[in-house]
Design a protein around this ligand. Structure first.
Ligand code: SF4
Length: 755
C-alpha cells in the first residue's frame, strides 16, 4: 500500500492561492471559542436541508504516494445547490483586505470542486462566502455562481501544483530517512548517563509518553535527546521535532550539535526561530505594505523564497536573513511559513507555550505529529506564569490617552473612570488588594477600548505607528483579554498603589500555570523534558503540567565525585536577622576561601544589598574583583564572561538566580570554584506570600512550593557552573546552617559528596 499524505483544503488554498501583502487587518481575529460560536449561530439560522460541517474529500494517486485532500465546508444546502463558507471577524466588511477575501473564495471554490467530483450529476453550484462580525453580530453574505467545469478545473490545477511540491517533499523525506537510519552518534561512545537518556527519549517518543530527565550539566543532554528523536523520525514515530530552549546558549548548543550530526552525513531541514523584534528588517515600522517593503507583495514572492529555503537545510538566523534579503520578504514571517516544511525547529519556549504559540499552532493546523524536546525545563513554570499574566498601569493609560482622540479617547476615559472607582473601593491593605474575580466594570471598558482601536486600525492600518504609548497600552490590553479567557481559581486579580493616583496598577496574576501547561503538553505526540535541576520530582512534574503516567529519571553522572569537592559551612547564619552580626565573619570566610582556592571563583549572594555590605568588609584578596550591578546591560555581562574566560585570578560577585546564576558556560579553568551564601530562598515579600498561601491551601505545601524548592534549585544551578567537561575539576562552598538540615540537604544535586 502506498503511503498517504493528508492535506486540508485550507492548506491547499493557502499554498496555491495566497497572494499580496502581509496585512494583519483581519486581526485581532476572534478566539477559537468565539469563532466556533459564530459558526454555530449562523449554521443554526439557515434551516431547510442545510447541512452544517459538510465533509468532502478526494484521494489521488501522486507517483509514490497518495494524496488525501479533505475538509468540511461550513454548510451545504443540496436542494438549492448552495455551498457556504463562513468566516468570523472583528472588523468591518469593507476593510477586509482583497487578498484575504480572494483566499477565502479560493478555499470555497476548492470545496466546490470536491463537491462536483463527489456528485457527477451536479452541473453548477452557488457559492456563498459569509463574513460574520462576532462583536456586532452583523452578517455579510456574498454569492457567486460557478459551473461544474470551472470548479473542477480550479481544483485540478491546484492539486497539480501542490502534487508537484509534495512529490518533491516525499523524495526529500526518503533521502532524509536514509541518512537518519545510517546516522552514527557523532561523539563516539555515549557518556555515562547519555545512553540511558537516549533510550528513555526514544521509548518516550515510541510510546507517545512524557519523560522528565535530570542529568548534570556536561552530560551531553542535547545530543542524547536529539539523536533518538532523529532516529524516531526515520521510523515515522513522529513527523516533526521541536527543540525548545529557554536561552540563547541552549539554542546555540542545539545548532552546534545538529551541525555535528550533519557532518556525519545527516540530511535534515532545521530551522531556528528568532523573535520578531530581533530579526525584523524594518524596526519600528508597521507590518503593512504602506510602511514596510518586506510586507508589500510578500505572498507573491514567498514561493520562490520557500524553494530557496528548503534547499538550504541549515536555516539558522543568518540563513533566514540572507534568503529574506535576496527575495525581499519579511524574515520573521518567512520563518513562520517554513515551519510545516522543515523537519526540526529550534525555538524559544514562547513558541510552544504562550498564547501566540506559533510553532504548536502551525503543527496543530496541519495535523502534523510532532515531539517536543524541552531543554532547561526547570525554567518553564516561572516563564509560564509570566506568559499567562497581564498588567495595566494608570500612568500608561494616561500616556496613551494623550496620543488618542475621538472614540478611542472616550473609551480610555471610561477605562480610567473604572480604574479610579476600583481605587476608591475597600482594599485589603492601603496599597494592595487581591480578588478571585476581575471586576466586570473594568473588563467591559477594556473590551470596548480594544474594539475601538481595532476598528481604527482596520480603517487606517498605520493608526498606531505615530502613537507608541497607545500601541503599548493596546497590546497590554489585548494580553489582559487573553488572560481573562483562561482566568480561574489559579489566578488573582491584584491592585497596587504607590505614590500618587498615577501609581495605581492592576494585574491578572497567574499563580499556578500547571493547568494551562498540561493542555499544551498534550499537543505533541511526546514530550521529553530535561535539565540538571528537577528535584524534587513530584514538584517539577506537577509544575510542568505532566500527566501522572509521566516518567521521571535521574541519570547517572559522567563525572566522578572526586572532580567536584563541595564543602558545607553550617556555622555561619546568613538569614536576614543575623546578617549584620555575621557579615564580618562571612567576609573573612570568603577571603580565606579565595586564598585557599586559586583560580576563578564566583561568589553568589541572594541580594545586592547584602553583597555590597559584605564586600565593604572584605579583606584584601589579591584577586581581580568584579561585582555584578543592577545597571548592567548585555555588554557589561559579556565583559564579565570574557574576563572569566581570559583571566585566571578573578573573584566575581554575582546574584544567585540572576543572569550569572545559570545558563553560562565556563568550561575548563574559566571557573574553578563557587561560593554560595545562603540557601537561595526567594525574598520574603507580598507576592511570594500570596503564592505560599495558594499552595498551602491547595496542597498543604506553601513554604516548599513558594520558597524552599525554587531556592534550592538556584543553588543547584550555581553548583552546576563549575564542572562542564570530563576533565574539569573544581570545588564549592555552601554557607548556611540550613545545609545541615535534611529538608535542605536532600535537595542538593545527588552526584556529589557533601561531607
Ligand atoms: S520586516 Fe519587520 S516590519 Fe516588516 S513585515 Fe517583517 S516584522 Fe513587520
Amino acid at each position: 500500500m502506498k503511503p498517504q499524505v493528508r492535506l486540508a483544503v485550507r492548506e491547499l488554498a493557502a499554498f496555491c492561492h495566497r497572494r499580496g501583502d502581509i496585512d494583519y487587518r483581519f486581526t485581532p481575529s476572534p478566539s477559537a471559542e468565539q469563532g466556533i460560536a459564530g459558526h454555530q449561530l449562523l449554521q443554526a439560522r439557515r434551516g431547510g436541508d442545510y447541512q452544517a460541517e459538510y465533509p468532502l474529500e478526494v484521494v489521488m494517486d501522486i507517483g509514490d504516494f497518495e494524496l488525501r485532500l479533505a475538509g468540511r465546508a461550513d454548510g451545504f444546502a443540496a436542494g438549492a445547490g448552495l455551498l457556504e463558507e463562513i468566516k468570523t471577524c472583528r472588523v468591518e466588511r469593507e476593510v477586509i483586505p482583497a487578498a484575504v477575501e480572494a483566499l477565502h473564495w479560493a478555499q470555497l471554490m476548492l470545496y466546490g470542486g470536491l463537491l462536483c467530483r463527489a456528485e457527477p450529476q451536479r452541473a453548477a453550484l452557488t457559492l456563498q462566502l459569509t463574513y460574520y462580525h462576532v462583536d456586532s453580530g452583523e452578517e455579510w453574505p456574498r454569492q457567486e455562481q460557478h459551473d461544474r467545469e470551472a470548479l473542477l478545473a480550479f481544483l485540478d490545477d491546484s492539486l497539480a501544483r501542490m502534487g508537484q511540491w509534495l512529490a518533491q517533499e516525499h523524495a526529500w523525506q526518503q533521502r532524509r530517512d536514509r541518512s537518519l537510519v545510517a546516522l552514527e552518534f557523532p561523539y563516539g561512545e555515549f557518556r555515562e548517563g547519555q545512553r540511558s537518556m537516549a533510550e528513555t527519549v526514544y521509548k518516550c517518543i515510541a510510546q507517545s509518553g512524557q519523560a522528565l530527565l535530570e542529568a548534570p550539566t556536561g552530560t551531553g543532554k542535547t545530543a542524547a535527546s536529539l539523536y533518538p528523536a532523529l532516529k524516531a523520525l526515520a521510523t515515522d514515530r513522529h513527523e516533526r521535532i521541536a527543540y525548545i530552549t529557554a536561552r540563547t546558549v541552549g539554542r546555540q548548543a542545539a545548532e552546534h550539535t545538529l551541525r555535528d550530526f550533519a557532518g556525519q552525513g545527516m540530511a535534515l531541514r532545521r530551522l531556528s526561530l528568532t523573535a520578531k523584534d530581533s530579526i525584523c528588517f524594518s524596526p519600528g515600522k508597521a507590518c503593512h505594505a504602506e510602511d514596510c517593503p518586506f510586507a508589500e507583495g510578500y505572498y507573491d514572492r514567498l514561493p520562490e523564497a520557500m524553494a530557496a529555503a528548503v534547499a538550504a537545510q541549515d536555516l539558522d538566523r543568518e540563513a533566514i536573513e540572507r534568503i529574506a534579503r535576496e527575495y525581499q520578504v519579511c524574515p520573521y514571517q518567512l520563518a513562520l511559513d517554513l515551519i510545516p516544511w522543515v523537519d526540526l525547529c529550534v525555538a524559544d519556549m514562547h513558541y510552544v507555550y504562550s498564547f501566540h504559540a506559533g510553532l504548536a499552532g502551525s503543527y496543530a493546523e496541519r495535523g502534523q505529529r510532532w515531539s517536543l524536546l524541552l531543554d532547561e525545563a526547570h525554567n518553564l513554570p516561572e516563564r509560564a506564569r509570566d506568559m499567562y499574566s497581564a498588567s495595566l498601569h494608570k500612568a500608561e493609560l494616561m500616556a496613551a490617552r494623550r496620543e488618542a482622540g475621538g472614540v478611542v479617547k472616550k473609551a480610555l476615559d471610561a477605562c480610567n473612570r473604572a480604574l479610579l472607582a476600583l481605587g476608591k473601593e475597600d482594599w485589603l491593605e492601603a496599597d494592595y488588594d487581591s480578588r478571585e474575580q476581575a471586576p466586570d466594570s473594568l473588563v467591559n471598558t477594556l473590551q470596548r477600548f480594544a474594539a475601538a482601536v481595532s476598528e481604527q486600525l482596520a480603517a487606517t492600518p498605520l493608526f498606531l505607528q505615530s502613537r507608541p504609548r497607545l500601541l503599548d497600552f493596546y497590546f497590554e490590553c489585548l494580553q489582559f483579554q487573553r488572560v481573562l479567557e483562561v482566568f480561574d481559581a489559579d489566578f488573582r486579580f491584584e491592585m497596587t498603589r504607590s505614590g500618587d493616583a498615577q501609581g495605581l496598577a492592576v494585574k491578572l496574576r497567574c499563580l499556578d500555570a500547571s493547568r494551562l501547561l498540561a493542555q499544551r503538553q498534550r499537543q505533541p505526540v511526546a514530550v521529553a523534558a530535561f535539565s540538571a535541576t528537577l528535584s524534587p520530582a513530584h514538584w517539577m512534574l506537577a509544575e510542568l503540567g505532566f500527566d501522572e503516567q509521566a516518567v521521571f529519571q535521574s541519570l547517572a553522572s559522567p563525572f566522578s565525585p572526586e572532580q567536584f569537592q563541595v564543602a558545607l559551612h553550617t556555622g555561619l547564619d546568613t538569614r536576614y536577622r543575623a546578617r549584620q552580626a555575621t557579615a564580618p565573619l562571612l567576609a573573612e570566610t570568603i577571603a580565606q576561601w579565595l586564598a585557599d582556592h586559586p583560580g576563578n571563583c564566583i561568589v553568589y549572594f541572594s541580594a545586592y544589598r547584602y553583597m555590597e555590605d559584605v564586600l565593604a568588609l572584605l579583606p584584601p584578596t589579591g584577586r581581580q574583583l568584579l561585582v555584578q550591578s543592577r545597571q548592567w546591560r548585555e555588554a557589561e555581562r559579556q565583559d564579565l564572561l570574557n574576563t572569566l574566560r581570559g583571566e585566571r585570578n578573578v573573584a566575581a560577585f554575582c546574584i544567585l538566580g540572576g543572569v550569572f546564576g545559570e545558563g553560562i558556560d565556563l568550561p575548563g579553568d574559566a571557573l574553578a570554584s563557587v561560593v554560595v551564601v545562603g540557601t537561595g530562598l526567594p525574598q520574603f515579600n507580598r507576592e511570594r506570600e500570596v503564592l505560599r498561601d495558594y499552595y498551602q491551601d491547595r496542597l498543604g505545601q506553601g513554604f516548599q512550593y513558594a520558597y524552599l524548592y525554587p531556592g534550592m534549585q538556584r543553588v543547584s544551578q550555581a553548583l552546576g557552573r563549575v564542572i562542564r567537561t570530563e576533565t574539569d575539576r573544581g570545588s564549592a562552598l555552601l554557607i548556611d546552617p540550613r545545609y545541615g538540615e535534611p529538608e535542605y540537604r536532600q535537595l542538593l544535586p545527588p552526584w556529589w559528596d557533601y561531607g
